[in-house]
Design a protein around this ligand. Structure first.
Ligand SMILES: *Cc1c(COP(=O)(O)O)cnc(C)c1O
Length: 461
């Protein structure tokens, strides 16, 4: 049964036109892009659910804050306003701004990861994974097994498997693990939250072993709202107090502010250790900029300072997570399975279940992504064999991911109920002709991160 749609806790003051181009124009645009939605022009997209990263709508308070931006090279007022917000919400002793989340990850990895080191997490996001590998370290994903079962309704599917974490530390030892992480919410696992109980256990395990604990906090506010809704004892605790409790367990955090701080660009790196902070500042000066602006303009710092509080607003979060749950429920009502329960920032459609006649080497999730654009001018992103299949150098055989998913990520405060209905209706329409949908083959594919630039051709039936 479809959930009620939560009325938006805002009204619209500025608009940006979007248009659904005619079917023939959509077909031509697909062909020109080699059937890769990353290669399309944004102006040819009607509803863009490629990512929720940096694509949200800023508030009037944030736009006003931009005008207060102080562009002094050092010690700008904007920096001090951001510092006050960061200290108030996260409570760490030190912080630096960065231009994105991955810049914070790069600096942390540059300062701490040595070749052969191991960094455990529930699941690393792909940029975190890559930044650890770039320093010749090895990321490890130790999420609970339930996370891999798309139908399992576990309320905290982002949780770390504590037994696996203990065994991992016992096997490799503290010397090989310069820090440990956890991602809230677990983006790579469907935007699923981590419980406070699990966070406490993770912190205890790391700290008993003497390992510093860093949180990847990109969607911490959405995670805190799930804790309030689903975990015993938090119903009457404010989101900000839940956040304070969460971060009091850790020694630091990295954050992409393009998510829960609702800005178009920005990131944070926070920590308590003074000597590590000295190293981080030096690395920041080399890579990003002076420590009081870290690769951003003063106005960006001000927009972030305001957005951090707006991201914690309970009425906003109820609407935000309600919108995602509504879209998932409408898609499920059409008989189309999605990862259960609905995550925070997007709906993950099980493309393999809609297109069972397509084997993974014909890229069912890619076929569904193309079809959704063809049907409604809607752009999602393939999270399946195009993105993750790899040729195993030892066996010389292709290794395919377990699931073929189409992710529909929802930008913050950007689309309305009728847009969500349009997405669900388009998928329902596609389902009626699913057996006629063809698979795809590559006509060009680079070796690494091939989903960004690959080109495809439809296969004959
Ligand atoms: C987006 C994201 C990042 C990387 O942040 P960028 O701002 O895109 O560099 C890291 N971790 C998680 C969980 C993310 O969602």
């Amino acid at each position: 049964m479809t959930r009620p749609y939560p009325p938006e806790p805002f009204r619209i003051k500025v608009t940006e036109s979007i248009r659904l181009i005619p079917p023939e124009a959509r077909e031509a645009a697909l062909k020109e892009a080699g059937y890769n939605l990353f290669s399309m022009k944004a102006e040819d997209i009607f509803i863009d659910l490629l990512t929720d990263s940096g694509t949200g709508a800023m508030s009037q308070e944030q736009w006003a804050a931009l005008m207060r931006g102080d562009e002094s090279y050092a010690g700008a007022r904007s920096y001090h306003r951001l510092k006050a917000a960061v200290e108030d919400i996260f409570g760490f002793k030190y912080f630096v701004p960065t231009h994105q989340g991955r810049a914070a990850e790069n600096i942390l990895a540059a300062c701490l990861v040595k070749p052969g080191d191991l960094i455990p997490s529930n699941m690393h996001f792909d940029t975190t994974d890559a930044n650890i590998r770039a320093r010749k370290g090895r990321p490890a994903n130790l999420v609970i097994d339930e996370a891999h079962d798309p139908a399992n309704p576990h309320p905290f599917k982002g949780n770390m498997d504590i037994a696996k974490l203990k065994a991992f530390i016992a096997k490799y030892g503290r010397e090989k693990i310069p820090f440990g992480m956890i991602t809230v919410t677990n983006n790579a696992g469907g935007g699923q939250p981590v419980s406070m109980e699990n966070l406490k256990q993770v912190a205890d395990v790391y700290h008993e072993a003497g390992i510093p604990f860093f949180i990847d906090a990109a969607r911490y506010a959405e995670n805190c709202y799930f804790i309030k809704e689903r975990e015993l004892g938090y119903k009457h605790v404010s989101i900000k107090d839940i956040a304070r409790e969460m971060f009091s367990l850790a020694d630091g955090m990295t954050m992409s502010a393009k998510k829960d701080a609702i800005v178009n660009i920005g990131g944070l790196l926070c920590l308590n250790d003074e000597s590590l902070f000295q190293d981080i500042r030096n690395e920041l000066i080399l890579r990003e900029g002076f420590p009081t602006y870290g690769g951003l303009a003063g106005r960006d710092l001000d927009a972030m300072a305001v957005g951090l509080y707006e991201g914690l607003d309970e009425a906003y979060l109820a609407y935000r997570l309600g919108q995602t749950a509504y879209l998932a429920a409408r898609i499920n009502d059409a008989g189309i399975p999605t990862i259960q329960p609905a995550g925070g920032h997007g709906v993950y459609v099980n493309a393999g279940a809609i297109l069972p006649h397509l084997p993974n080497y014909e890229f069912p999730a890619q076929a569904l992504a193309v079809e959704l654009y063809r049907e409604g001018g809607i752009r999602g992103v393939e999270i399946g064999s195009v993105m993750f299949a790899y040729l195993d150098p030892e066996t010389n055989a292709w290794n395919y991911p377990k699931l073929e998913l189409l992710r529909l990520a929802i930008p913050r405060r950007t689309y309305t109920q009728s847009h969500m209905d349009c997405v669900a209706d388009s998928l329902a329409e596609i389902k009626t002709r699913a057996d006629k949908i063809r698979g795809y083959k590559f006509t060009y594919a680079p070796e690494l991160l091939r989903h960004f630039t690959a080109r495809f051709e439809p296969l004959n039936m």
